[in-house]
Design a binder for this molecule. Structure first.
Ligand code: SAH
Ligand code: SF4
Length: 346
């Protein structure tokens, strides 16, 4: 049975063609599922009854009900905990900020990249998400916002998992999310954050046109090696060369993410090294003060240090933002997501 939520519009049209069904019916169905967010074929009122019955008998239209929705009292951040059909648990987080509502979504249950400062990484990879399990996180948030008469404005792949480690399903999900007849979210409003799997950076941009964020997190290989195992395979020079080579639209910039860890990568000399590394590459820098989690050996630098680090970079002409950490009262901030563990303890 075909899972309709795993298909791009073109794929659905192709299936319809092979089954002798009319191509415009594929468009109608796509719009019911991904634009009106209807899942029950009985409600697809502009389809003949016979086709509705075929949909019910020959196709799947699965959905995920949030197991729990937690809303932060401090800043309105919303965390959705979703149980997948096989019992795996993933999380996505909706972050309101002035006129923006950004959804942070997961690409894998767990992650195998093993970054030392990351709660998700500590638990290892459970499994890749199917395209529809990625798309469904968006649908859940849009339905939630619709009840409050609000719209989703932006999406970032910064939840659980390394998006490029699930490349094919990621690209498929992005195509579904961007499809004009469906969810129609523009690639300009979508960012994919990667730990730096170099050979897949260009293919991602070419296939989807989304914005790119790269987790550099260190000013040299010595430090990066220690906190991010991926650095042994793709060291900083290789990564930065790939960023120089990739073609991004004019006036757009790659975002460099840098998690600030006390006494590990937050010193003035680290900032100076970072400046040398990034000079000449059109980037914006996002500093993410470390968000602690149970059992971690790392600490968050003091506010003063964070601001000093930012100032040094700004004085060298970089655009530098400090990522306010939202939703920390519900463990919803960057690097604090770990569905599998929740499962074990609840
Ligand atoms: N796997 C991808 C995307 C998910 S992680 C990546 O690594 O880029 C999203 C961001 O959260 C990354 O920039 C990562 O460095 C950061 N992060 C991970 N753990 C963190 C923590 N404990 N505190 C602050 N940021 C963290
Ligand atoms: Fe995986 Fe990203 Fe966490 Fe590293 S920081 S372990 S790549 S989720």
């Amino acid at each position: 049975m075909h899972n309709l939520k795993n298909l791009t519009l073109n794929e659905l049209k192709e299936i319809f063609k092979n089954e002798g069904l009319l191509s415009y019916r594929a468009k109608q169905i796509y719009s019911w599922i991904f634009s009106k967010l209807e899942e029950n074929p009985d409600n697809f009122t502009n389809l003949p009854r016979e086709l509705r019955n075929r949909l019910k008998n020959e196709f799947l239209i699965p959905s995920l009900e949030p197991e729990s929705i937690q809303e932060s009292k401090i800043d309105g951040t919303v965390k959705y905990i979703l149980t997948l059909p096989d019992g795996e648990i993933i999380e996505s987080v909706l972050i309101p900020d002035k006129e923006r509502r950004t959804l942070c979504i997961s690409s894998q249950a767990g992650c195998r990249m093993g970054c030392k400062f990351c709660y998700t990484g500590k638990g290892g990879l459970r499994r890749n998400l199917e395209p529809w399990e990625i798309v469904e996180q968006v649908i859940v948030a849009i339905k939630f916002l619709r009840n409050r008469k609000l719209r989703l404005t932006n999406m970032v792949f910064m939840g659980m998992g390394e998006p490029l480690d699930n490349f094919d399903n990621l690209v498929k999900a992005l195509k579904i999310i961007m499809e004009e007849k469906g969810l129609a979210i523009s690639p300009r409003r979508i960012s994919v954050s990667t730990v730096g799997i170099v050979p897949l950076i260009r293919p991602l941009i070419e296939a989807t046109g989304v914005n790119l964020s790269v987790s550099l997190n260190a000013p040299d290989n010595e430090i990066r090696n220690m906190i991010m195992p991926i650095d042994k395979k793709y060291p900083i020079e290789t990564l930065l060369q790939a960023l120089k080579d990739v073609e991004i639209p004019r006036r757009k910039r790659i975002v460099i993410e840098y998690v600030l860890l006390k006494k590990v990568n937050d010193r003035e000399e680290d900032a100076q090294k970072l400046i040398k590394l990034l000079r000449g590459i059109p980037v914006k820098i996002n500093l993410i003060p470390f968000n602690p989690f149970p059992g971690t050996e790392f600490e968050r630098p003091e506010e003063e240090r964070i601001l000093k680090f930012q100032e040094i970079l700004i004085n060298s002409g970089f655009s530098v933002f400090i990522r306010a950490s939202k939703g920390s009262d519900i463990l919803a901030a960057c690097g604090q997501l770990r569905g599998a563990v929740l499962k074990e303890f609840t």
